[in-house]
Design a protein around this ligand. Structure first.
Ligand code: PNS
Length: 158
């Protein structure tokens, strides 16, 4: 059984993330979305809220699970029996950081393979930080995040 972990902050999940989750779920037997529970990043949503949103938007995909983690990604992957780390790439700006992380994770545990998936071009400009900025200015989030969670984001800025 090939298990992949798709890690991130998901603060909040975007349509770009969801697209990667759907595509990864067709390649791997199981995809475990790992929500980083890191208070030092000062997230807008608690880890529980981020996990809930991800569960709501992925509950129709049967081989996807969502869980939070703190500590090292490679330790989380190990605890889940995963051998693959899936990351999405949007632009070349993502590449340098992701390349460094992939090499570091490989150095920490050579058993894990990081696999990069290119974003669908229609999502390449979407990021959680842009979504938050837009929501802060009461902008329209249609098409950027799954409809099920729009209300929860807007509520944070009311
Ligand atoms: O969505 P993000 O914020 O780009 O996701 C970053 C994430 C969660 C993938 C990354 O910060 C991570 O893996 N953090 C866990 C700690 C870790 O293993 N760091 C690398 C070695 S120091």
């Amino acid at each position: 059984m090939r298990i992949a972990v798709y890690p991130g902050s998901f603060d909040p999940v975007t349509n770009g993330h969801l697209d990667i989750i759907k595509r990864a779920s067709k390649i791997y037997d199981k995809v475990i979305v790992g929500v980083l529970n890191n208070a030092s990043k000062k997230p807008l949503f608690t880890a529980e809220e981020r996990v809930d949103m991800l569960r709501d938007v992925t509950d129709h995909i049967e081989n996807v699970e969502v869980d939070s983690f703190s500590g090292l990604l490679v330790d989380f992957a190990k605890s889940k029996g995963a051998t693959v780390i899936v990351k999405g790439l949007r632009t070349v700006a993502d590449f340098e950081y992701e390349f460094q992380m992939a090499l570091l994770n490989k150095a920490l545990n050579p058993e894990y393979e990081t696999v990069f998936m290119m974003t669908d071009s229609k999502y390449s400009y979407i990021s959680s930080s842009m979504v938050k900025e837009l929501a802060g200015f009461k902008g329209n989030l249609t098409g950027l995040v799954p409809n099920e969670i729009t209300e929860r984001i807007e509520q944070k800025y009311r």
